[in-house]
Ligand binder design. Structure first.
Ligand code: FES
Length: 119
């Protein structure tokens, strides 16, 4: 089972094929996901420190492509399907946004054997 290491936070196991944002949230981390996992808000973004997070989905590539001066290791955790151990830096958390009352709608699960998000 892959291990997700979150810098400065801790680590957790993650069922292979799950969306990274859900593994982080289910580890008790208040990561934001304001658009519900639809590659629109970018609040779920993480820096990938180590590991292979796989190919970007087309929505992820398109959305990140609209942000200027973005570090090349930034990924949308709602678009990453975990296949192996990853080390990430969680960038946006509810506790750092006192104007918000919740992290956003919970993203749906993706089928573990499906490489791209359902339509
Ligand atoms: S881009 Fe909105 S939750 Fe990932």
């Amino acid at each position: 089972m892959p291990i997700i290491r979150m810098e400065g936070i801790g680590e957790a196991t993650c069922d292979e094929g799950r969306r990274l944002v859900l593994c982080i949230e289910d580890a008790g981390i208040d990561i934001l996901h304001r658009c519900g996992g639809n590659a629109r808000c970018t609040t779920c973004r993480v820096e990938l420190v180590a590991g292979d997070a796989g190919e970007m989905t087309e929505p992820e590539r398109e959305r990140l492509g609209r942000i200027a001066d973005l570090a090349p290791n930034v990924r949308l955790s709602c678009q990453v399907q975990v296949r192996q151990d990853l080390t990430v830096r969680v960038l946006r958390r509810l506790r750092d946004n006192p104007d918000m009352t919740d992290p956003g709608p919970r993203p749906i699960e993706w089928p573990a054997d499906r490489p791209l998000p359902p339509e």
